[in-house]
Design a protein around this ligand. Structure first.
Ligand SMILES: *[C@@H]1O[C@H](CO)[C@@H](O)[C@H](O)[C@H]1NC(C)=O
Ligand SMILES: *[C@@H]1O[C@H](CO)[C@@H](O)[C@H](O)[C@H]1NC(C)=O
Length: 806
């Protein structure tokens, strides 16, 4: 502590002020510290102070200093704080007077107070807070509060220090202490690294020892949108099955933003290249869920590439990719395309004829798109797979239009998906006809009936043949097969209507000539070449009552020369005669009955109904006439019946002369005899001629038979059961009604009215059938010859004379 004592000598004008003393002390001296030896310095005797009752006088009455009178010293009475005393004023001094009495005089004393470093720099606040945006620019300046040091001079604030210095530096204006202390941003702030920075600002003074004060600077870094959102992946992948329902979440994408608050609020969106994608996908902008808003079709697009964008409120963005793979489901049925098809194939088509070619398409992938096709069972067609997805339908067995003229072929194709989908198509295939079926007659043989004497052209019956083929191939024509019956071409007997199969009679038939015949009818179809088949037709001719009975005996002549004799003595039941009649018809038509038409008054005779036997029915009496004429009616049983009558002359007499006398009055007696003679001669001549002819014929026949013993025609020679065996021969074949017979007669070398009953002449046969073959003739002749011994001619010739003799 430097003590300075300055002694000033003043000249008082009035002698009251003698001098002035100045001291310098440092502040904060302890109490009682010596300031100076004032008495000495004033040049006074110590006694003077005592005597003079020296005291200190201050204007303000402050008592920092005390005066020791006895020792003549100035002492520190109270702690002197310069800062209190003078604040920042320099220099700082205490002014007071020392007043003495006896004589009164005063001295002015000045005590200079020297500063010591007893105060540290002080900040007004312990802590200041700054909010600085992290985006603050480098160089940004922040004004800091200055520290205050009560000391002055060198002891006052000398400088500042800021720790740490990562981001900020102090800007000091050392030359101008009054200037502010400023903090300058030197390195950028990053809220994301450090949200808050604590700095300590230290102020130091220049004293010795140095003192300091600190202040905490709290810097809160305010977020700036300096971070863009970041997706967790650069590329997202997702797999979705097609046809997933709308709203299905495909994937959830996430982006993060290091910023805070609204700067980290992320909004998601899809930026799509095309409408399609934006139609199908949508993203929840809040939480990043990508979901379906449309229908996914694997067949349209197998994957989608979506661009995702995440943006924060500040407009910073990040993008990412989303690859959505669509998984196939079996949602497409196989499509069957008919590439080519025949609607009609002929029934004789070869095996493996391609009928239809089809192409299969299934848009699904993998198993879902693998397709197999098959056809309906039990059809003569087969599916052949040529290359994948191409099939051809071919025939694999024989076709027959007659059993199936149409096929509905169902093709079914199914894929291998689970569950499997299938589709089918039905093809209608017509089988066209080929002439592979011959007409078939409804019966294996036919039998037709026709009543004789038919009108030519009459239809007899119908033959019918069916052909299983179609149309022209089934159009049946009927053709009469050429053959001959009894040497006559069959076409002159019957004709067949080509269209209808109706068989017509060409001529009128005579049962008595031909009873049946058979021929073949061919049915032929209209195919090319045509097919045909045969059937045998047998025509049976039915008898008609077209011939009246003919009385053979008694022979009718012009006169009634012939008479039966009945002795008067005849008993009852005496057989007078037997009327013999024949009917060339057959059956009922030839069943004859005999009746007496009229008899003399008391009937003497009766005729057996069946046998034609005429018998007496009572004893002859004298009254009975010698000559009796009885008319016998012979009727057949036909419908209507036909009849013949014969007049039987009966002579009731006991002797021949009696009879003669009775009969002499017969008008034609003489002529009759002449005729008889003539007939006898003629008969003899004819018999001789025939005999010779027969001999010749027999010999030639025997020779012929020896050569060709097999030729024998069995059919249709008229054999009439009721006839006496010779009779048919007698009549030859001339049993047609008169109309037909008439012609026959004219061509014959006949005589007179005899032609009515025909002639005993084999020539008749020849003339009747001019076209007859040699065989016919031969057989006819043969028959004649075989019957030779009982030749009807002989009988006829011999009967007449005998009868006339009676
Ligand atoms: C085929 O189908 C058609 C039409 O459905 C039908 O009229 C016809 O009878 C069928 N044919 C066969 C052979 O089933
Ligand atoms: C039909 O008959 C004729 C002769 O009668 C014969 O030549 C032909 O072969 C026969 N046809 C058939 C298909 O039977």
């Amino acid at each position: 502590m430097a003590r300075q004592v300055t002694l000033f000598l003043f000249t008082f004008s009035l002698g009251s002020v003698i001098g002035q003393v100045s001291y310098t002390i440092s502040e904060e001296l302890p109490k009682g510290s010596l300031i100076g030896s004032i008495a000495h310095d004033l040049g006074l005797e110590a006694q003077r102070f005592i005597s003079g009752k020296a005291r200190i006088y201050t204007r303000d009455g402050s008592e920092y200093v005390e005066l020791s009178r006895e020792r003549g010293l100035l002492l520190v009475r109270e702690r002197i704080d310069r800062e209190t005393l003078c604040k920042q004023t320099t220099p700082c001094a205490l002014h007071f007077q020392i007043i003495l009495e006896n004589p009164m005089e005063f001295y002015t004393v000045t005590i200079q107070i020297a500063d010591i470093n007893d105060n540290a720099p002080v900040f007004k606040k312990n802590e200041v807070v700054f909010k600085i945006s992290e985006s603050a620019a480098i160089g940004a300046t922040f004004v800091l509060e200055k520290a205050v040091d009560l000391d002055v001079g060198i002891n006052s604030v000398r400088g500042y220090e800021l720790q740490p210095t990562n981001n900020f530096a102090l800007k000091l204006y050392n030359n101008q202490p009054d200037k502010n202390v400023e903090m300058v941003l030197q390195r950028p702030l990053d809220r994301e690294k450090e949200e808050q920075i604590n700095l300590v600002l230290t102020a130091v003074d220049g004293g010795e020892p140095q003192m300091s004060g600190t202040m905490l600077i709290v810097i809160t870094i305010v977020d700036a949108n300096d971070n863009a959102p970041v997706f967790t992946q650069k590329t997202y992948k997702a797999t979705v099955t097609e046809n997933s329902p709308r709203g299905t979440v495909v994937v959830t994408v996430t982006a993060s933003d290091a910023d805070q608050g609204s700067n980290s609020k992320i909004t998601y969106s899809i930026t799509s290249r095309n409408d399609d994608e934006s139609r199908i996908f949508d993203i929840n902008k809040e939480n990043g869920e990508v979901m379906l808003t449309g229908n996914l079709d694997f067949e349209e697009s197998r994957n989608y590439h979506l661009n995702l964008v995440a943006s924060d409120d500040g407009g910073l963005t990040d993008s990412s990719k989303l690859i959505v793979d669509v998984q196939d489901t079996n949602d497409n049925t196989p499509a069957i395309n008919i590439m080519s098809k025949s609607n009609v194939i002929p029934e004789n088509a070869d095996l493996n004829t391609v009928v239809t070619m089809i192409n299969i398409e299934d848009r699904d992938a993998g198993e879902n798109g693998k397709v197999h096709c098959y056809t309906s069972q039990n059809i003569p067609f087969m599916l052949k797979s040529s290359t994948s997805n191409f099939y051809s339908l071919v025939t694999d067995s024989e076709l027959d239009r007659e059993s199936a003229s149409e096929y509905n072929i169902t093709l079914t194709c199914s894929d291998e998906g689970v569950p499997s989908l299938s589709s089918s198509v039905t093809l209608t295939l017509q089988i066209s006809d080929v002439n592979d079926n011959a007409p078939v007659f409804q019966r294996s043989s036919y039998e037709g009936y026709i009543v004789e004497n038919n009108t030519p052209g009459l239809s007899i019956f119908i033959v019918k043949a069916k052909d299983a083929d179609w149309n022209q191939n089934a159009r049946v024509s009927y053709i009469l097969e050429e053959s001959s019956i009894n040497g006559v071409p069959v076409s002159s007997y019957v004709s067949v209507s080509a269209d209808s199969g109706v068989i017509h009679a060409v001529r009128a038939f005579d049962y008595e000539q031909i009873k049946d015949f058979q021929f073949c009818v061919k049915a032929q179809d209209g195919g090319s070449p045509p097919l045909s088949s045969n059937v045998t037709v047998k025509i049976l001719i039915q008898d008609q009552n077209d011939n009246p009975p003919q009385v053979l005996y008694p022979v009718q002549t012009g006169g009634s020369m012939v008479a039966e004799m009945v002795p008067r003595s005849a008993d009852v039941g005496y057989l007078v005669t037997k009327v013999v009649a024949v009917d060339v018809d057959s059956g009922q038509n030839a069943w004859l009955s005999y009746k007496l038409q009229k008899a003399a008054d008391r009937a003497l005779f009766e005729v057996g109904l069946q046998n034609g036997e005429m018998r007496t029915i009572r004893q002859v009496t004298d009254k009975d006439a010698v000559k009796q004429r009885l008319t016998v009616i012979v009727e057949d049983n036909g419908q209507p019946s036909r009849s013949d009558t014969v007049i039987v002359s009966v002579a009731v007499a006991d002797s021949f002369p009696e009879v003669l006398s009775e009969f002499t009055d017969f008008p034609h007696d003489k002529e009759y005899n002449e005729n008889l003679t003539f007939y006898l001669v003629l008969a003899l001549a004819v018999v001789s001629f025939l005999f010779i002819t027969c001999l010749v014929v027999i010999i030639s026949v025997k020779i012929y038979r020896w050569r060709q013993s097999r030729i024998l025609y069995h059919s249709s020679l008229p054999v009439i059961p009721y006839y006496p065996p010779r009779y048919s021969e007698t009549l030859g074949t001339g049993t047609l009604p008169h109309v037909y017979n008439y012609e026959v007669c004219r061509t014959t070398d006949s005589r007179k009215s005899d032609c009515k009953f025909g002639r005993v002449d084999s020539q008749n046969v020849l003339i009747m059938d001019p076209s007859s073959t040699a065989t016919m003739q031969r057989i006819q002749n043969e028959k004649n010859i075989l019957d030779e011994p009982d030749s009807p001619l002989e009988v006829a010739a011999s009967l007449s004379p005998y009868r006339s003799l009676m």
